[in-house]
Design a protein around this ligand. Structure first.
Ligand code: BES
Ligand code: ZN
Ligand code: ZN
Length: 503
């Protein structure tokens, strides 16, 4: 992966292939952002004018290359747009810095070393720029033959303006590396084709990572699941040649006062089962384990950062396939919680595996449970491709998660759980059906999950069906394919909980 270093060198004197500077959108044209003074000086103070001539405005997403004048060690200057100039006494927004750094890293595929001379006002800015650069340099080439055009990602990012001897700046850079490496690993898992990543393979990756980072990992295989009565996970996985798994990752801190449980939907491929998805709807369904990948990444990051909180991750892994042994629409499953579920649509499988994992996680009575899932197409209809929905049995917790997600640059929106929608899930045969009204389908799914959360436990559900997988062009630090959605939100929740700020 791309290396991140903090450097005290000046932007003009550091040996690099390129110097990255920020350019903002001013009232009268582009404005060179702080941090690039030495670069602007090499242009005789005319860098903004040069950029304007080249068509730059300072708008978000822009990347403009300029050959460097004499006086700069690097042969090339790359100006990335930061959006509007901040108001008087205001600083550049962390997310604007993160995105601009991501655009720069994406543009610099193949370069060996880049000096980033973006505006750094605080340790948080160091973390944002570091994350953006490392996330933006992500590539997924594991399944491509190496061709002569394969240049590989940017080799090294040297952050200028940060203070390598400042404890807070150093810690911020280390945090950026841990968070970005784990997000990129989650992206790899999401992008790995489903014939390569089945439930057992995912469980093996978790087991290996657990060993590396001092996390206890327990894997329940299909026999253990049957013995334990996990009818939801088994019912979804029973049609596949690749049997299901429930993975428990336990990170503990000796001085922890609080505990969190994260539960992830891990459908390694969602064909829909007997209620088969039509062509055009299953090509990207390898992404249906993005919730489990997010939970996995968040637990490993918490361990790498040594957070003073206990975090348990539950990965509910199954492959949803049609076959002679598959669950049929009309079947009734005996769930882990003791409830029975009539399966009316085998494509509403996420809630079945999550229900078992939520009930199991509840037994340990954590201070809060958060589940993450690519659960419904309805949530994509409601919020689009970049925003996840948050539902909860506790309004204050839902608000807190919304604030946290916006703070870390992951757009989200609070959604309700209207009680009247529950009625349509009444089943003449079982305790509940796995489908209800089509309208408000994302909320219906949330209401289903709520029934499997232990009495009195604070719980929230993040439906990341929209932002988990980017089918459009890359933007900011977000590549095509797996994005690593919700990981930074979970990690920040764990950090806040460790600091004693939870509710
Ligand atoms: N995995 C899908 C949801 C999904 C759709 C995720 C598109 C990402 C992109 C989920 O299992 C599903 O199929 N849900 C159904 C539920 C319905 C049958 C009640 C849906 O949303 O249509
Ligand atoms: Zn489905
Ligand atoms: Zn699914």
């Amino acid at each position: 992966m791309t290396a991140l270093t903090l450097s005290t060198a000046g932007a003009a004197t550091l040996r690099a292939d390129v110097v990255v500077v920020g350019v903002a959108k001013g009232a009268k044209g582009p404005v060179v952002a702080p941090g690039a003074e030495a670069v602007d000086k090499a242009f005789d103070g005319k860098l903004a004018a040069v950029l304007e001539t080249l068509g730059a405005t300072g708008g978000e997403g822009e990347a403009t290359k300029v050959p460097a004048p004499a006086g700069l060690k690097a042969p090339l200057v790359l100006a990335v747009g930061l959006g509007a100039v901040p108001g008087k006494d205001e600083e550049y927004d962390e997310e604007a810095l993160r995105r601009a750094a991501g655009v720069a890293a994406r543009t610099l595929v193949g370069a060996k070393k880049a000096a980033f001379a973006l505006p750094v006002g605080s340790a948080e800015d160091v973390q944002a720029i570091g994350e953006g650069a490392l996330l933006g340099s992500y590539t997924f080439t594991a399944f491509q033959s190496v061709g002569k055009d394969d240049k590989g990602p940017l080799g090294e990012v040297a952050l200028l303006g940060a203070k390598p001897r400042d404890k807070a700046h150093k810690a911020a850079a280390e945090r950026a590396v841990a968070v970005a490496e784990e997000i990129n690993r989650a992206r790899d898992l999401v992008n790995t084709p489903p014939n390569e990543l089945n439930p057992a393979a995912f469980a093996a990756v978790a087991t290996a990572a657990g060993k590396e980072h001092g996390i206890k990992v327990q894997v329940l295989d299909e026999k253990a699941l049957a013995k334990g009565g996990f009818g939801g996970i088994l019912g979804v996985g029973v049609g596949s040649e690749a049997p299901p798994r429930l993975v428990k990752l336990s990170y503990t801190h000796a001085k922890a006062e609080k505990s969190l449980a994260f539960v992830g939907k891990g459908i390694t491929y969602d064909s829909g089962g007997i209620s088969l998805k039509p062509a055009g709807h299953n090509e990207t369904m390898k992404c249906d384990m993005a919730g489990a990948a997010a939970v996995f990444a968040a637990v490993v990051t918490a361990a790498r950062l040594g957070l003073q909180v206990n975090v348990t991750g539950w990965l509910a892994l199954a492959e949803n396939m049609p076959s002679g042994s598959a669950t049929r629409p009309g079947d009734v499953l005996n769930m882990y919680s003791g409830k029975t579920v009539e399966v009316l649509n085998t494509d509403a499988e996420g809630r079945l595996v999550l229900a078992d994992a939520l009930a199991k996680a509840s037994e340990e009575a954590p201070d809060a449970i958060v589940d993450v899932a690519t659960l419904t197409g309805a949530m994509m209809m409601a919020l689009g491709n970049r925003t996840f929905g948050i539902m909860s049995n506790d309004d204050a917790f839902r608000t807190e998660l919304h604030e946290i997600s916006e703070e870390v640059g992951e757009p989200s929106w609070p959604m309700p759980l209207p009680a009247h929608l529950r009625k349509a899930m009444d089943s003449p045969t079982a305790d509940i059906a796995n489908m209800g009204e089509r309208m408000g389908g994302g909320l219906v799914a949330g209401l289903f999950l709520k029934e499997f959360v232990g009495e009195g436990i604070t719980w929230a559900h993040l439906d990341i069906a929209g932002p988990a997988f980017n089918e459009a062009a890359p933007f900011g630090y977000t590549p095509k394919g797996g994005t690593g959605s919700a990981i930074r939100t979970l990690v920040r929740l764990a950090e806040r909980t460790a600091e004693g700020d939870l509710g």
